[in-house]
Design a protein around this ligand. Structure first.
Ligand code: AVI
Length: 329
């Protein structure tokens, strides 16, 4: 009897985490993408960051909404010729500050459809339960989606205008060309007259910025180092967290805070799941995040270039953070 040897097909498929780590750490200048921060432990640490005294961003944006939510909703409806809003939110997460806007919209129109979009189904589920419980009249329609790859909203009903929230300065974590691309994606999902509410952290003195990204209690350091802890957990890597230090640096040329993890000694690290051995020199860094700080004119130019008319903006008394209401042209 003849035996026929069948060709062996080996399918190699790496997870998004494995692919990102291989690409970032095998490079000459080592880096890891900022989305790797947000596993369960990292999301919890980020939540702690938002309550730190030095991290002014969340508190300042919330104060802008607390003072101006009704006016924001009124302006979004104005000039639209339509009488009702439906609100979508990109990267909604816990949707905490959003409540102020949802509450204001309910006061105008009694009921509201709210479509939070996020990559985390569990964060969306929790936000839905909380919001429907806390703000009667809001119907939450969660969508699990990576908005950087494209957008797909539920259709608006007749007489409804859409308002998309992109708040928290999330746009600041993208390179300016990627940020513009995201605004183009949002614009493509809107009808003329719909609006975008964009929250952006502004340029300010270096010491305020450095303190916000290197707090005295060390929470941001733990957030940054959690990225290595995550690789230890998920890829069986052997990063020694004591042998790396958190560094926050202001880059004035690019107008951004950079976060890095600096190797404190010459060392080797194994990542068995990737069959990878890395070597680090003393002082060598892994670049983990950029957080761009914009001037108001730059934001308005980017909005105009991507098909929006920046109609109104609100800021705090120190001019540290600003929120734009921009209408799709
Ligand atoms: C989510 N993002 C707007 C934060 C920021 O300020 O860039 C992430 C962060 N990184 C360190 N602290 C907070």
């Amino acid at each position: 009897m003849t035996t026929i040897a069948l060709p062996q097909i080996i399918i190699q498929s790496e997870s998004p985490v494995a692919l990102a780590v291989r690409e970032g750490l095998a490079a000459h200048r080592k880096s890891l993408p900022a989305w790797l921060f947000y596993d369960a432990a990292g999301s919890h640490l980020f939540d702690q960051i938002t309550h730190l005294p030095e991290y002014y961003l969340t508190r300042t944006e919330r104060a802008i909404f607390a003072a101006n939510a009704s006016e924001i909703i009124e302006k979004a409806l104005q000039a639209s010729g339509l009488s009702r809003l439906r609100i979508a939110e990109l990267g909604a997460g816990s949707a905490d500050k959003t409540r102020l806007l949802l509450q204001a919209a309910i006061e105008f129109q009694g009921t509201l459809f709210y479509e939070p979009l996020d990559v985390s189904a569990s964060a969306l589920h929790a936000a839905r339960q909380r919001i429907e419980h806390e703000i009667p009249g809001v119907h939450v329609l969660p969508r699990v989606m990576d908005y950087t790859q494209g957008l797909d909203f539920y259709p608006a009903a007749a007489g409804e205008r859409r308002m998309v929230l992109y708040i928290g300065s999330s746009i600041g974590n993208f390179e300016p060309h990627q940020a513009a691309r995201i605004l183009e994606i949002v614009r493509a999902g809107l009808e003329p007259g719909d609006t975008l509410l964009l929250g952006v952290d502004l340029q300010k003195d270096e010491s305020t910025l450095l303190a916000a990204y290197d707090d005295a209690a060390g929470v941001t350091a733990r957030f940054n180092l959690n990225m290595l802890a995550r690789l230890n957990r998920e890829l069986a890597a052997d990063f020694d967290l004591e042998a790396f230090a958190h560094r926050a640096v202001w880059n004035p040329t690019e107008s951004r805070i950079e976060m890095h993890l600096e190797s404190l000694v010459a060392q080797r690290v194994q990542i068995p799941a990737l069959d990878l051995e890395l070597s680090f020199a003393t002082g060598e860094r892994i670049h983990t995040e950029n957080s761009y700080k914009y001037a108001p004119g730059q934001v308005e130019a980017m909005l105009a270039e991507t098909g929006f008319n920046p109609e109104n903006s609100w800021t705090d008394e120190r001019g540290w953070f600003a929120v734009w209401l921009a209408r799709a042209q």
